[in-house]
Design a protein around this ligand. Sequence first.
Ligand code: PLP
Length: 394
Amino acid sequence: MKTIYLDNNATTAVRPEVLEKMLPFFCERYGNPSSIHSFGGSVGAEIEEARRRCAELLGAKFRDRDNCASEIIFTSCGTESDNSAINAALKARPGRKKIVTSVVEHPAILHYCDELIRRGIEVVKVPVDERGRLDMEFLEKSVDENTALVTLMWANNETGTIFPVAEAVKIAHRAGALCHSDAVQAAGKELIDVDALDIDFLSVSGHKLHAPKGVGILFVRRSIPFDPFIWGGHQERSRRGGTENAASIIGLGEACRLAKLEREKTQVKIAALRDRLEEQIKEKIPCIRINGDLEHRLCNTSSVSFEYIEGESILMLLDMNGICASSGSACTTGSLEPSHVLRAMNVPYTAAHGTIRFSLSAANTAEEIDFTVNCLVPVIERLRQISPYWKENK
Ligand code: PLP
């Protein structure tokens, strides 16, 4: 059975070009980049080339003539980048004890914030409306002279909704606070120019843009004093200890180069596939809703609620047809609860429970989309026939 992979917000396939770049760095060029000998040192040079590629995708500074440190720090994942940015902001703004974020952030932000609350930091979570749009008035009122950091995701992993990060940067800076964006889902899909934005920190994860798992980027503006999150050797100019994951960093450099080259073209292609999926679902299946800010959304993400049935049952039946997607639920203490994102958007309970996230990539085809809808129609019909809620409410 052929696999139809519509779960690219969970992770993406490593592109063959990326793998090809990585392969020599396992068994042939395995030297330690910090070594004095050229066997290791030449790997260090490849890492610097990867750093340049990553900087170019994000509009960051690589290295000036004065040979200042790059604004790109390699990390182990998006989660580490997010945690590191928050940690560095609190250190860079001593005396300020407040973080402003949103209710729909990824756990990489929210769970670290929970830990910081236990350590005495005030955390304000800005609400969103029923389309997942940020309450800008609430944000503006929340940021004050005690705020160290405003951290807001660029795009939501469940709905694809894009936040007005540029405005958030201005609001943060007006109060003397720093601004971070978790751009894990946006990098490679949206145009990011950290320099034009004047943002202070930005997180990227390799495995969401066709590089391998276990590598990430933290952009840190050069003027911001940066306190490491991971202490150790002098790697990354003493900003992140630990021997570099050379092969993965080099792969990430190639993924960033390709993303910069192809972004506009792939964005159009993927959006057309996403629209094809949604048009057919709307036409063929009653009682559905599409979640998120439909005007400001990632090209690849479609969050669809099929009312009065369980998302997990839909996923299982799709899986039997080789189709991979995600649900909008999280397993809390053994029961399936709608995710914090759908709850924050006040998606009605009966719809939130039947929510499926389809997330596409440029590798998907129109045939795959049509096949998926052809499977979905009988799956939804079958589940509704046995759903007591459907019988009561249809
Ligand atoms: N932030 C967002 C918005 C994400 O979607 C994810 C992963 O799903 C992360 C952070 C965490 O990234 P990683 O898996 O690289 O730790």
